[in-house]
Design a protein around this ligand. Structure first.
Ligand code: ARG
Length: 476
């Protein structure tokens, strides 16, 4: 290894020579953990103040230290300071930057802390900030769905189970059904943030410090609720990563299900939705093609989001306390989850808000497949026929219509009587999509009234998120 590495390595003292090339290449993480630099610097500022409070830095040294950290932060932001291949990780690179600015004084900052408590602190801070950024993008997607839903509060559509026509619904109801999981995801992110808000800094390598540090002051300065309760847990715990990845994996699953439906809706077979040109793609060989690639990528990217969760859970399983190097593998899946959602959510939001819903096609499809059969059974129930018999009678009527290749309301009065003495011509009153929808007035159901209520409630809930769901700036 070069002299440069020996100068900047954080652990060279007891070693006779530098690390083998193969080891250095395996263990280096700076290529992905560099994005933690602003958080590491913020934590360094807090640590410097605590060292000064403990009398381990005099006021002049503290002033120089904070000035150098500010300068380093600006140099990182502008790109004037960059990690080199010789820097093992973000902490090593930043110590080099500090030594370059302060000489020996730069080496004082490492007192009472370890990369183990630093990295756990940095990653918590990074994810807490970016959870809000992801939440902001989720709100935008939910907004797009809510706006489309508003246009289709009474647009009839063929509601499905098993991808078979089941009962008519309103398309607004359907779109709002995709908003509910996103609202739960937002709850999950904020709920996660509450648990992630404890600060590991002050735990050192695993045992805390013999120096008179002030973990509570550091926690407060860095925006945490409290310092960690147990230093071994603080450096060995990655629940906050696993839990974050569960939330992002579930978001991925929700986006994938929405994506799959858009793929279906935009197909020739359905033809319910037309995508805006700006949010669709073409084919290099077939000039007529218009593909829903955003929806497919939503479906496809759920794989990496679920995979990240599985990778981190598997990495953690069986790890002895406290810190183990395995844990370095926590960062790439966590960063990838953030990046993936930051990329995907705006594209989905744009696709949803600009799509055109083919109201005519939806309305025509709504009654197809005898989807009003339940109305007949319910009509019989209102005439005191037990549902078991009503189901049987309606089934016979459906079979008759299927044999004749006609709709439920196209049979004669005599045909109705031949199916059951309970059926008479007034049953035709319930055999329209409009009446089936209008009859659904209970809260949460698909009638235009309840859907308008759901729409208003969802819009209200989203408004309640706008304050929390914003990307936060790094504390200074
Ligand atoms: N790059 C390391 C990680 O991500 C930082 C902590 C290193 N600690 C150690 N004891 N080697 O986990």
């Amino acid at each position: 290894m070069s002299e440069q590495n020996e100068r900047t390595s954080l652990w060279g003292g007891r070693f006779a020579g530098g690390p083998a090339e193969a080891l250095a290449r395996l263990s280096v993480s700076v290529q992905f953990d560099w994005r933690l630099a602003p958080y590491d610097i913020a934590a360094s500022r807090a640590h410097a103040r605590v060292l000064a409070g403990a009398g381990l830095l005099n006021p002049d040294e503290l002033g120089q230290m904070l000035a150098a950290l500010d300068d380093l932060e600006a140099a990182c932001a502008s790109g004037a300071f960059r990690p080199t291949v010789e820097d093992e990780d973000v902490h090593t690179a930043l110590e080099r930057g500090l030594l370059e600015r302060l000489g020996a004084l730069g080496g004082k900052l490492r007192a009472g802390r370890s990369r183990n408590d630093q990295v756990a602190t940095d990653l918590r801070m990074y994810l807490r900030d970016h959870a809000r950024g992801v939440a902001a993008r989720l709100v935008e997607l939910a907004d797009a769905l809510v706006e489309q839903a508003e246009r289709h509060i009474d647009t009839p559509a063929p509601g499905m189970t098993h991808v078979q026509h089941a009962q008519p619904v309103t398309f607004g109801h359907w779109l709002l059904a995709h908003v509910q999981p996103l609202l739960r995801d937002l709850d999950r992110l904020r709920d996660w943030d509450e648990r992630a808000a404890t600060c590991p800094l002050g735990s050192g390598a695993l045992a805390g410090s013999s120096l008179p540090l002030d973990p509570a002051a550091v926690a407060k300065e860095l925006g945490f609720k409290a310092p960690a309760a147990n230093s071994m847990d603080a450096v060995g715990d990655r629940d906050f990563v696993a839990e974050f990845l569960f939330v992002t994996a579930l978001i991925g699953v929700h986006l994938s299900r929405l994506g799959e439906e858009v793929v279906l809706w935009t197909s020739q077979e359905f033809g319910w939705v037309e995508l805006d040109d700006a949010f669709a793609t073409g084919s290099s060989i077939m000039p007529q093609k218009k593909n829903a690639d955003i929806a497919e990528l939503a479906r496809g990217k759920s794989g990496r989001l679920v995979g990240g969760l599985v990778a981190v859970l598997t990495m953690l399983k069986g790890l002895p306390l406290a810190y183990d190097r395995d844990m370095q593998e926590d960062k790439e899946p966590a960063f990838d989850a953030v990046d993936t959602l930051q990329l995907l959510l705006p594209a989905l939001a744009g696709m949803i808000s600009t799509m055109t819903v083919r109201v005519d096609r939806l309305a025509a499809a709504a009654p197809v497949g005898y989807s009003l059969a339940t109305e007949v059974a319910d009509w019989l129930v209102r005439r005191d026929v037990p549902f078991r018999d009503a189901h049987e009678i309606t089934g016979k009527l459906v079979a008759l219509c299927a044999a004749r290749e006609c709709e439920l309301d196209e049979v004669t009065d005599d045909d109705l009587k031949s199916v059951s003495e309970h059926l008479d011509p007034s049953v035709r009153e319930v055999l329209s999509v409009r009446s089936a929808l209008a009859a659904r007035t209970t809260p949460g159901s698909t009638g235009p009234g309840p859907v308008a209520d759901q729409h208003a409630a969802a819009a209200d809930k989203l408004d309640g998120w706008r304050e929390w769901a914003i990307e936060k700036v790094v504390p200074r």
